[in-house]
Design a protein around this ligand. Structure first.
Ligand SMILES: NC(=O)c1ccc[n+]([C@@H]2O[C@H](COP(=O)([O-])OP(=O)(O)OC[C@H]3O[C@@H](n4cnc5c(N)ncnc54)[C@H](O)[C@@H]3O)[C@@H](O)[C@H]2O)c1
Length: 335
């Protein structure tokens, strides 16, 4: 089923960016957010998204969808093919909001939750039609980064998961279904481990926030944008590949180098230290300015990757090329 109409429930950092992705891909979107300044906040996200989309591709853009602010969840969802919930990360709130969505959404509507780590089984328990609820966990900025982790709950059907894939592919994304329902899925599990180590390194005065960021972005951060962990380590094993890599570095895991599950206490002293170092590192730029620098860099990376692998495209760049081909053929069909 081709998605035509969408609803965004919650219009913060993530909900606003979902709305932007929908509208820029030609889908109408009704958005509900009770925040008194929701229109201004979404407007600013939309402006950044338009700027990024302009830079991203020269292919003929779809005719923009409409964005309409409405006064209730019911009004937002009543004619929507795809509903994206992005309200704050509290289980009781998500359960309540999904009961409201469920009561008014069309029978065939797909209902995705942007939750960063809550289980879909828990979110769907109070719904009358829980089979159409799944997690669709995106990455910020949603209007540029293509990945969406799809996670079904105990009551989600296979058909819903397969229709969700088609829906997110339609808007240029890369859906990946997570094979087991676990807290925080795959991406946030990895990110939490890195974040936990980073907190220790700052707390123990091993490095500053700026030094830590530099250590990432001048080295493995560059690798991760194009090959990820396993392909990178396969190369690191030399001609003998992955087996040799594991033989060589596996034993260091038992030292261990890392603090494993210990989480440093986020007391005032540690929060002040991180916030002060972060101000010294980046306080000369506004958040909007940083967002724009980030977006330019992300677009640049995707452009380079689109030329990768001898012009065939690689990773997110290959996906961009395929997306552009689709936009071109759609424009040719419409002409
Ligand atoms: N920020 C991230 O990087 C990120 C990334 C991926 C997923 N997420 C997830 O996305 C969700 C939203 O996060 P965010 O960062 O956009 O938070 P946010 O605080 O920026 O936005 C949440 C919005 O929801 C609105 N809201 C509150 N109650 C509502 C209701 N009953 N109906 C409609 N809107 C309501 C708030 O007014 C606010 O504008 C969370 O589940 C979060 O875990 C966040």
């Amino acid at each position: 089923m081709t998605i035509k109409t969408t609803a965004a429930i919650g219009g913060g950092v993530i909900g606003g960016a979902w709305a932007a992705r929908f509208v820029l891909n030609g889908l109408d979107c009704k958005i509900f957010d009770p925040h008194p300044e929701a229109e201004r906040i979404v407007g600013e996200v939309m402006a950044n998204a338009e700027r990024a989309f302009e830079m991203l591709t020269d292919a003929p853009k779809p005719k923009r969808g409409t964005l309409t602010f409405v006064d209730s969840i019911e009004e937002a969802v009543e004619h929507a093919d795809l509903i994206q919930e992005s309200v704050p990360e509290r289980l009781e709130l998500k359960q309540k909001v999904h009961m409201q969505i469920d009561a008014s959404a069309p029978e065939m509507a797909l209902i995705g939750s942007s939750t960063s780590g809550l289980l879909p089984t828990d979110i769907q328990v109070k719904m009358m039609n829980p089979d159409r609820l799944f997690v669709a966990h995106p990455y910020n900025p949603v209007y540029l980064l293509p990945l969406v982790e799809i996670v079904g709950g105990a009551q989600t059907t296979e058909e819903t998961i397969s229709r969700a894939h088609e829906a997110y592919e339609q808007i240029g994304m890369k859906p990946i279904t997570i094979r087991k329902e676990i807290d925080a899925f795959v991406g946030d599990r990895l990110l939490e481990a890195v974040w936990r180590e980073a907190l220790w390194l700052i707390k123990d005065d091993v490095c500053t926030t700026e030094e830590l960021d530099n250590i990432m972005r001048y080295s493995f951060g560059m690798r991760w944008a194009q090959m990820g962990l396993f392909e990178t380590y396969r190369i690191a094993g030399g001609e003998a590949g992955m087996r040799h890599f594991i033989e060589q570095f596996g034993p260091t895991m038992s030292l261990p180098w890392t603090k494993l599950m210990n989480v440093p206490e986020l007391d005032d002293a540690l929060i002040d230290k991180i916030a002060d170092q972060s101000d010294a590192q980046s306080g000369m730029h506004s958040i909007r300015e940083l967002e724009q620098i980030r977006d330019e860099n992300l677009v640049g990376i995707m452009h380079v990757l689109a030329k990768g692998h001898g012009g065939k495209g690689w990773g997110s760049g290959k996906l961009l090329k395929e997306y552009e081909e689709r936009l071109k053929s759609q424009a040719a069909n419409d002409a």
